[in-house]
Design a protein. Structure first.
Lengths: 153, 153
DNA sequence: GTTACTGCAAACTTTTTGCACGACA
DNA sequence: TGTCGTGCAAAAAGTTTGCAGTAAC
């Protein structure tokens, strides 16, 4: 659910530094959006970032959250995760990793695995263009949804 | 760009059969939507399916296309491809395969490769739930976009 | 003091839904 | 003939944008 406190601080600091390097202003709103993403490992969408940040910055608007997320994504500081259902989700973990996606509820979790990192790009893919990154999506049913299905049937 | 004609007919027939088996009616609109998806390998979105089908069925509406695609997806006859940018795309190829995705223009192409099919599910992923399928996304820059970038810089 | 950023409002895009008519089985 | 599916219209969901005031540097 939550990222370790020192890891959060490390991420916030590194994101702040990157905003400064890009010549962007460190506004209250940006810092709180950045903090929110840094401390989450559940790949929130814009709406949930908005709701959580609003608890601390009541005047923040949803469009500021969208603009901040777009800025961060353009700088490569967060990545967008393409979810098959529902809105775009954001990931503060920019190191190489993969995802488990629940086909029922949309839950997304990071999967870190060296074997997956080692997957080789096939020739047939190189024919389409230059491959820059490889991401493995493991789709299935999460524990919670599995339990619910067993109870209801 | 296009799928071989006999493969199209095979896909259309198999999709029609599946609709019948599910107790659904074989309407003119459904058949043409099914045919359109079957003959495309560029993973069209609802809007482009709509435009192409309208050339043959001028009275079809966009919401019928959406409803048909939802029906087909629920039956597992087409799959939704999560594109990071823009609307949901659809894939008539339901056999095990992977995708090349252009980060610039959103082009999506099927990648068929046995090595990728053989990727093992790591223990860390099984901890989140039951993994039903593994899809590898190869992200990069397609040939067209690569060429454009070289010309403009 | 500048200029970039924010909040507000409105627009835009993508997708879903209620309803009455028409078409498939 | 009965019911499912369609087209129309409107609404809902998700996201972007123009503008004037505000805050960061």
């Amino acid at each position: 659910m939550t990222v370790a406190r020192d890891e959060v601080e490390r991420r916030v600091e590194s994101l702040s530094q990157a905003l400064r390097n890009a010549g962007l202003r460190l506004t209250h709103q940006r810092l709180e959006v950045v903090r929110e993403i840094a401390q989450s490992d559940e790949h929130p969408n814009a709406e949930s970032v908005y709701h959580r940040v609003r608890a601390r910055v009541p005047t923040i608007s949803l469009d500021t959250v969208y603009r901040t997320l777009t800025t961060l994504a353009d700088l490569g500081l967060v990545t967008r995760v393409a979810a098959t259902l529902g809105p775009t989700r954001y990931d503060a973990n920019v190191s190489h990793h993969h995802h488990f996606v629940c086909a029922r509820c949309g839950l997304i979790r990071d999967v870190v695995d060296e074997q997956l990192d080692a997957v080789a790009v096939p020739h047939s893919a190189s024919a389409f263009g230059i491959v820059e990154s490889v991401e493995v999506q493991l789709r299935g049913v999460c524990k919670d949804c599995g339990k619910k299905e067993r109870e209801h049937e």
